[in-house]
Write a protein that binds this ligand. Structure first.
Ligand code: KIV
Ligand code: NA
Length: 272
């Protein structure tokens, strides 16, 4: 399994870090077999596998449940798990308690937390021995305030984002995800930090890329955002396979000889 030191080395050497979300045993297994560097059990699971309208509905229990399944599917891959909405804002004490529970029960290697607010309590998490990943730019848990659009497009906001990242780094945050920000900002941020920065909708200048499993495979998602590239078509492959199954059952082509156990019990009676 790769470690945070390996990711820092990759950043230094210019080898891009690949990250993909996975939320269950088969997706994690598939990602590990393909050679992904890191898995994110993202709270995007609310939409991709639970059918919620947003990540706001996702609970700590949901995250633990799915992260455990992903860990079973990818025992040798570095896994980051999201702290869901509402689990780290009420008080620092509650944030630490929830992070401990998530880290301990999920089997993940690090927990990810959205927003600049993280810098106020990250030292408590690090004191507890929990590796922490930051997430800045578009932070979907705050979509009620920001909408789904590019963030940090003014000079002031951009400078503030870089300053926050430098704070994170100084405080011991192990890496950060940058979502939906201008590519020149992402590039500058990656240059001005030693901590690996993983982008989504942040251009080619970050130290790595993350995408959502269901977006990459075109699997049960609606119209994807601009920054998504679909590399497969599970929707088409899946409905074709299911359609053929239905047809073959109706036509009594399935099961056939190959998929049926031999007649054993009443063979004599039938023949006689
Ligand atoms: O939940 C998620 O999938 C994420 C990524 C999009 C970074 O946070
Ligand atoms: Na997320």
């Amino acid at each position: 399994m790769k470690s945070t030191m390996d990711f820092i080395e990759m950043k230094k050497s210019g080898e891009k870090i690949t990250m993909l979300t996975a939320y269950d045993y088969p997706s994690a297994r598939q990602a590990e077999a393909a050679g992904i560097d890191m898995i994110l059990v993202g709270d995007s699971l609310g939409m991709t596998v639970l059918g919620y309208a947003s990540t706001v509905e996702v609970t700590l229990e949901d995250m633990i449940h799915h992260a455990k399944a992903a860990r079973r599917g990818a025992p040798d891959t570095y896994i980051v798990v999201d702290m869901p909405f509402g689990t780290y804002h009420v008080s620092h004490e509650e944030a630490v308690r929830n992070a401990i529970m998530l880290y301990q029960e999920s089997g993940a290697n690090a927990v990810k937390i959205e927003g600049a607010h993280l810098k106020e309590f990250v030292h408590h998490l690090i004191d507890a021995g929990i590796p922490v990943v930051g997430h800045l730019g578009l932070t979907p848990q705050a979509v009620g305030l920001t909408g789904f659009r590019m963030q940090a497009s003014s000079r002031e906001e951009a400078d503030e984002l870089i300053e926050t990242l430098q704070n994170f780094e100084a405080l011991g945050v192990v890496m950060a995800v940058l979502e939906a920000i201008p590519s020149d900002l992402a590039e500058k941020a990656a240059r001005e930090t030693q901590m690996p920065l993983i982008g989504i909708g942040a251009g080619v200048g970050t130290d790595g890329q993350v995408l959502v499993y269901h977006d990459v495979l075109k699997y049960g998602t609606g119209r994807p955002p601009r920054f998504v590239k679909q590399y497969g078509d599970f929707d088409e492959a899946g409905s074709k396979a299911i359609g053929e199954y239905i047809t073959e059952v109706k036509d009594q082509k399935f099961p056939d000889e190959n998929t049926t156990y031999k007649k054993k019990v009443y063979e004599d009676e039938n023949n006689g």
